[in-house]
Ligand binder design. Structure first.
Ligand SMILES: *Cc1c(COP(=O)(O)O)cnc(C)c1O
Length: 224
């Protein structure tokens, strides 16, 4: 008997239940090239990774029409490795990082789309800034000088919990932050929230981009 994960069937199950305007980012961190190709062959083009080195290695081996999303915490000194190809950086949580992304994007004559990560979880381990810090960056004069980045949305990671009420509070909070920011900055139109365990709730709360890993590729094994 085979216990092979049916990646293509999992993808169909998810894409057939989410609204058409919601983008599915298939989170392929720790998973081999062959798994990504299975998803690719089913039509999936957006993939998310949380380590720059791993994303670069996969980018080099895989078809060039894949859109690579950096969903992890980004160290400034590693931006240069992904600047030539990354499609969307989800986890921007300070202005110095934005300046570095701009500098590296300029070298490749690109404009790199970025999301600002807002801290919504009540866990210390989750990165992110406050809604106030995000608003201040958006209205700052310094931002106008960064011609090679574009702030196109917000991203958040909810608390790791099964408590639906708490998850809903956190998603609602991010959605209301998103709405008030978007009212002043219409170019901010992506709301990245929701993972395998909570993407349905996130979509109900207004998510436009979900990041789903284990529901597509199966559990991750970090020990190998
Ligand atoms: C790993 C990861 C995901 C996907 O998690 P799953 O529970 O496997 O769907 C989503 N977002 C971020 C930022 C991640 O690091």
């Amino acid at each position: 008997m085979s216990f092979k994960m049916n990646i293509q069937q999992n993808l169909i199950n998810i894409t057939s239940t989410i609204p058409g305007q919601v983008t599915l980012v298939a989170v392929s961190k720790t998973k081999p090239i062959s798994n990504i190709m299975e998803a690719y062959d089913a039509g999936q083009r957006a993939f998310g990774e949380n380590k720059i080195q791993e994303m670069v290695e996969k980018y080099e081996q895989l078809p060039k029409d894949i859109k690579w999303h950096m969903i992890g915490h980004v160290q400034r000194n590693k931006v240069k490795y992904m600047a030539s190809f990354v499609s969307l950086i989800h986890g921007v949580d300070n202005f110095k990082l934005l300046k570095e992304i701009n500098k590296q994007a300029l070298k490749h004559e690109r404009v790199i789309d970025c999301l600002m990560q807002i801290k919504i979880a009540d866990e210390d381990s989750k990165f992110g800034m406050t809604d106030k810090q995000a608003s201040e960056i958006l209205k700052s004069q310094e931002l106008k000088e960064l011609k090679n980045i574009k702030l196109v949305g917000l991203m958040g990671m909810a608390t790791f919990t099964n408590d639906v009420d708490q998850l809903k509070l956190e998603f609602d909070y991010l959605k209301s932050t998103f709405d008030s920011i978007q009212a002043k900055h219409p170019e901010v139109n992506i709301l990245s929230m929701g993972m395998s365990g909570d993407y349905k709730l996130a979509i109900d709360c207004g998510s436009t981009m979900i990041r789903v890993g284990s529901s597509i590729f199966g559990d991750r094994n970090y020990s190998i």
